[in-house]
Design a protein around this ligand. Structure first.
Ligand code: GCU
Length: 674
């Protein structure tokens, strides 16, 4: 049934591709008077960032309040919005309202842009501008999106269509490039890596004449929104381009080749921020190939980009991907720490080590990587993945912000006064200025950008959280819902509840208690309990007829000792170990009693049945929004939920049957297991 009052306020198909910047009509909330007249002082309207901010304001208030703001450059006004330069932290801003004047103060252009987006957020949520008193500043110096886009147009682990940056070896620049920049800037993103970390074939040539003009053009568009462009680099580029037949970081010819290359690159792409490097990982070449350290490799490049203000972001995803499943001593979880901790303090000051949130690989539940807090003398960046590789691939709903919050809130006991992961990557623990958060991005060429309409909440949420790590996941969810769907109360509440419950639901019907994997090899979607059990990837669950889990205690692989106390002892002790991570750290019998009094096996059965029931309830909740959200979105989400239900049942039945067959112990409640 349609609700006629809502209908004309909902975004229609064309506006839908604007996501949370759809700017459909909103209730005035007495906001109109603040945006009719705008004065700007201390900033040049010719500056691209300021110009874009002004255009966004016009577009936003035009759409939401039907106002055409009048600009009064350097003129005093007594009512309206006054933008002025003043003392605020970098990329921060103050918004103060008094007697009908809203003053936006910032010390730099980005602060103005973010302040304008803040005003638009307020209007979109039908919240009054009157009485505003806010001082906002970024929690993280770097807030980056990493695209895994390939130059043939495919996206590694992409679930929302083809790349909008590349097609058939060419760089695409069109309206979507600008919309992308607007969406990213609106949530405070200030760095973007354009291409996949696995740099192959044509992508190796991004640092050559062949692509300079187009890359420079993208860098310029992004710069207009306060975003610095970075590229992923092929560590073996000298060998594949016109350099020496080596990539040894200590070989003078190699260094000489890179020196000339960097001079050429930064001359041609002046706005370039630097490079992201995946070396010695999953078959990619790196310094280990030449008996050198990771620091040798990173520092060599860092020294050469330094004269241009460049930064080298070096990934810590280095592990042995040719493991023997029979070998119980080698533990992939240990690898990041073992490979990087020894050189802590040896990395030069424009190197940042980029560390995945967990020690394995973006599973639905992992402990926090012990490198975060282990390294105390090296710039660090947290890497998360909003592309839902292992978390439902944007078919299943999985709002990841609560998980990122858990990571950020984790107390590392690293010895600093402020010692959470948020403190470390925000630069508060060790005084680092080059640090922050990066997300492997979930966007693609689909009209709705993220495949699943509700997956856009992860893109939005990542940016908002990276800018302000004190925001609550629920607050962000509700904000996104209002921005996207308007302020209908039932819609906001339903969407927020769906988002907030989704991670727990996904966890229930997939792999239990932190063990991870059990996915279909290669595609990583859907269940295959033994899919990786006898493989070379180091991702085992070790289930037999008596129990399951990986022993990472002192008696096992000793991984627990990579944490500071008291975390190490807590994980080591089965009674104290957080239950959601129990099987990550311990191998336990199916009859082991959890705190709930249930056996481990019964917990597996129950949670899998519950997971499917929760998806059924999610579908009913969404159906309650028919006519309240745009049809196009209603249908998209309805279709995804249907596929999610199918997937959840497949997971439930395969996981439950697997453990029933292994253990020979049935479900206490006598439900159907196959
Ligand atoms: C995962 C993913 C790969 C990716 C890798 C990485 O293993 O499956 O596709 O290349 O992470 O982060 O480098």
């Amino acid at each position: 049934m349609k609700n006629p009052v809502q209908e004309n306020r909902m975004p229609q198909d064309a506006a839908w591709s604007q996501l949370w910047l759809c700017y459909t009509p909103r209730q005035d909330a007495d906001n109109r008077a603040y945006v009719e007249q705008v004065s700007v002082s201390g900033f040049a309207m010719t500056d691209p960032v300021i110009r874009n901010a002004w255009q966004e304001l016009q577009r936003g208030v035009g759409g939401m309040l039907d106002v055409r703001p009048v600009l009064r450059e350097d003129a005093a006004i007594d009512r309206g919005l006054s933008v002025r330069r003043g003392e605020t932290p970098a990329e921060g801003y103050a918004l103060m309202e008094k007697n009908g004047m809203l003053t936006l103060t910032a010390s730099d252009e980005k602060g103005v842009l973010y302040g304008i987006f803040h005003i638009l957020r307020q209007i979109a949520q039908e919240k009054p501008l009157q009485g505003m008193r806010e001082l906002c500043q970024p929690s993280n110096p770097l807030r980056m999106l990493n695209h895994w886009d390939n130059m043939d147009g495919s996206i590694e682990r992409g679930y929302a269509g083809a790349s909008f940056f590349f097609r058939d070896g060419e760089i695409l620049i069109d309206g979507r490039t600008q919309d992308y920049a607007r969406l990213a800037a609106s949530v405070g993103i200030n760095g973007v890596v354009l291409n996949n970390v696995n740099v192959k074939e044509q992508a190796t040539w991004l640092i050559t004449e062949r692509y300079f003009d187009r890359v420079a053009r993208i860098a310029e568009i992004l710069a207009g929104y306060g975003i610095r462009l970075f590229l992923s680099l092929n560590y073996a580029a000298p060998m594949e381009l016109d350099g020496p037949d080596s990539a040894d970081p200590l070989c003078p010819e190699v260094v000489g080749w890179w020196r000339d290359k960097m001079a050429e690159v930064f001359r041609s792409i002046p706005n370039l921020g630097g490079f992201l490097v995946k070396a010695d990982s999953e078959g990619r070449p790196g310094p280990f190939t030449y008996g050198r350290t990771q620091a040798d490799g990173a520092n060599m490049l860092a020294d050469l980009v330094k004269p241009y203000g460049g930064v080298i972001i070096w990934r810590c995803f280095v592990y042995n991907c040719k493991q023997d499943w029979r070998d119980r001593k080698t533990d992939r979880a240990r690898a990041g720490y073992d490979n990087f901790i020894g050189m802590d303090g040896a990395y030069h000051d424009n190197v940042i080590l980029q560390i995945k949130n967990g020690p394995m690989d973006f599973q639905i539940r992992e402990p926090v990587s012990p490198l975060l807090g282990g390294l105390t003398r090296t710039n660090q960046m947290l890497e998360v993945q909003i592309a839902q590789e292992y978390t439902g691939q944007q078919i299943d709903l999985c709002y990841l912000i609560p998980m990122f919050k858990e990571t950020l809130d984790f107390k590392t006991y690293c010895g600093a006064a402020q010692d959470t992961v948020a403190d470390i990557v925000g630069g508060r623990s060790f005084g680092s200025r080059l640090c922050g958060m990066a997300a492997v991005c979930n966007t693609g060429g689909d009209a709705n950008w993220t495949g699943h309409d509700l997956a856009a909440a992860n893109l939005y949420g990542f940016g908002r959280l990276a800018y302000d790590t004190s925001l609550a996941a629920e607050e962000i969810a509700a904000e996104w819902a209002r921005m996207t769907y308007g302020c209908d109360r039932k819609t906001t509440d339903t969407v927020t509840a769906l988002l907030m419950g989704s991670r727990g639901t996904y966890e229930k019907y997939t792999s239990p208690l932190g063990i991870g994997w059990m996915v279909e090899p290669n595609t990583h979607y859907g269940p295959n309990v033994d899919g990786y059990e006898y493989s070379r990837w180091g991702t085992y669950h070790r289930a037999d007829h008596l129990g399951l889990g990986v022993d990472r205690t002192d008696a096992g692989t000793g991984y627990v000792r990579q944490y500071h106390e008291p975390n190490a002892s807590r994980y080591n002790n089965v009674q104290e170990c957080p239950e959601e991570l129990l099987l990550f750290f311990h191998h336990l019998p199916y009859t082991y009693r959890l705190r709930s009094g249930k056996t481990l096996l019964q917990h597996i059965y129950d949670s899998h049945f519950e997971g499917v029931e929760e998806v059924e309830r999610m579908i009913r909740a969404w159906e309650g929004l028919e006519g309240r959200v745009p049809d196009i979105s209603y249908r998209n989400v309805r279709e995804r939920l249907e596929r999610q239900l199918h997937n959840a049942k497949e997971w439930r039945d395969q996981v439950n049957s697997y453990f029933y067959r292994k253990s020979g112990i049935g479900d206490e409640k006598g439900r159907e297991i196959f």
